[in-house]
Design a protein around this ligand. Structure first.
Ligand SMILES: Nc1ncnc2c1ncn2[C@@H]1O[C@H](COP(=O)(O)OP(=O)(O)O)[C@@H](O)[C@H]1O
Ligand SMILES: N[C@@H](CC(=O)OP(=O)(O)O)C(=O)O
Length: 456
């Protein structure tokens, strides 16, 4: 049995959904189909999830719904028309949206989740109807009925262990199950969504639950590439990579697959294949436990922006037992998660994602570090990028960092931080955001050959 997940770009229009039907019908092992909400039809388009966020936020701020609601309904109407489905399905979708809008607005997190999740939920119903209309034995299955239990953290759900036992039942299906991605239900019955891009997570959880032979993740590129194709033109295709290589690269910026989506499949040893809905005969990228060794120690180079550094200096910090713990306690008290803590003798820095900080939080942190830890100097710097170089072969290859620093020197990029050795398969460098693309291209050229800039 295979679980096939189709991302937003694969279900963005009637034309795309017809390709999905063809892919599903050509392999009888594709018994569970996980779908996202309609994504972008071209680069200037808006994803239905973003239309829904706009709808929910407008309603919360001023009670207005009509314009934003019609924008969502029109997207589904054009899809239904292109698929030759009757108008009643659109009336049902509109009624569903209006009913969701009657939910308690005071619980704004749960309210927003309910609105956002309608994108996947209504699309799954629509796609199930279409598959039936072309003669495929398909049925929509709701995550609540299937027992996809998650933690009650709006917008940030995590699967609960007992969900897997419930989902196992889906194995016993004669029909093709069409399952909406992106959300589950808490034990109390509240709908909760995963983080953005979370339909990949649903697919992986289902694949683990039914112990699938393969989890296929259909998207709009032929494979995972060694670098972001929006930065490096025609980067090399990765044919095979390990779970931990993909986990690191997706965490560090390869948006093609959600970083949290690897763990369920990895724990059950289910291979993951990233494939292209627009070119399904291309073999794609296989993500597996182990791969054969290649001459190149590096498999991919990822970059992500939006990091801040809290820099702390105190004379004789090295002799002060508990300094690090007390510093991290202040960060924890503010509910912040951090990424790296490079340290010197009298200095340390905490690197974290900038989106977590507000001017008030920054002021409190700086003040507490100064007062409670007696620091001589504390300040926050912004707009850093983290570049990650990843490869299973790196830890026993001499000279990878030397090649990396030489490449960055050639590109005239200043290195603010290096973190090597924490992970066996990766090396992280912090640089200024303004240098990100130039650094990625020069590193790509160093490890994979000439890099050509993408002209937007
Ligand atoms: N290293 C990479 N390899 C492949 N695609 C990448 C990489 N880094 C970023 N991407 C981007 O990820 C996109 C696919 O992810 P996404 O838009 O989330 O797809 P979907 O609509 O299928 O969920 C590609 O179109 C590509 O622009
Ligand atoms: N539709 C949701 C969930 C998702 O996974 O979408 P996509 O498959 O388009 O990345 C989002 O946009 O976040």
């Amino acid at each position: 049995m295979k679980v096939a997940k189709f991302g937003g770009s694969s279900v963005a229009s009637a034309e795309q959904i017809k390709k999905v039907a063809a892919i599903v019908s050509e392999d009888s092992e594709r018994k569970i189909v996980v779908v996202s909400a309609p994504g972008k039809r071209d680069s200037s388009d808006t994803k239905v999830t973003d239309l829904l966020i706009h709808l929910g936020e407008t309603y919360l701020s001023n009670g207005e719904v009509e314009l934003a609601l019609q924008a969502v309904v029109e997207r589904y109407a054009s899809i239904a028309e292109g698929l030759g489905l009757g108008g009643s399905i659109i009336a049902t979708i509109e009624a569903d949206l209006r009913e969701r809008l009657t939910f308690d607005r005071n619980r704004s997190g749960s309210f927003m989740d309910l609105i956002k999740a309608s994108g996947e939920d209504n699309n799954a119903k629509l796609i199930a109807s279409y598959l039936q209309s072309v003669g495929l034995p398909a049925k929509y299955v709701n995550p609540k009925d299937a027992g996809l239990l998650v933690s009650d953290e709006p917008g940030n759900a995590q699967v609960l262990p007992e969900a897997y036992d419930h989902l196992k039942e889906l194995r016993n299906t004669d029909e093709i199950i069409v399952f909406p991605g992106f959300f589950g239900y808490s034990k109390e019955g509240t709908l909760v969504t995963f983080p953005r891009g979370g339909s990949d997570i649903t697919g992986s959880i289902l694949a683990a639950g039914v112990e699938a032979d393969l989890y296929e993740n259909f998207t709009d590129v032929d494979s995972v590439f060694a670098a972001n194709p929006n930065v490096v033109s025609e980067p090399v295709k990765i044919k095979k990579m390990t779970y931990r290589e993909m986990r690191e690269l997706s965490y560090a910026g390869f948006s093609v697959f959600h970083d949290e989506a690897l763990i369920p499949a990895f724990r059950k040893g289910i291979p993951v294949c990233v494939k292209n809905t627009n070119n399904p005969s291309s073999s794609g990228t296989m993500i597996i436990a182990e791969r054969e060794y290649f001459l190149n120690p590096v498999i991919g180079i990822a970059a992500d922006e939006g990091f801040s550094t809290i820099y702390v200096r105190k004379y004789l910090m090295n002799r002060e037992v508990g300094f690090g713990r007390r510093l991290l306690q202040i960060i924890e008290d503010e509910g912040l998660s951090y990424e790296h803590i490079p340290s010197g003798i009298d200095d340390t820095s905490v690197i974290l994602r900038q989106c977590q900080l507000t001017p008030e939080i920054e002021e409190r942190i700086v003040e507490r570090i100064r007062m409670e830890l007696g620091a001589d100097d504390v300040y926050i710097e912004k707009d850093f990028a983290m570049i990650m170089i990843v490869g299973e072969g790196m830890h026993n290859t001499v000279g990878v960092s030397a090649r990396m620093t030489a490449a960055l020197a050639r590109a005239n990029v200043n290195i603010e931080m290096i973190n090597q050795g924490s992970s066996e398969v990766s090396l992280v460098i912090g640089i200024h955001e303004k240098d990100t693309d130039r650094a990625v291209r020069e590193l790509y050229a160093e490890f994979f050959g000439a890099a050509v800039e993408v002209v937007q």
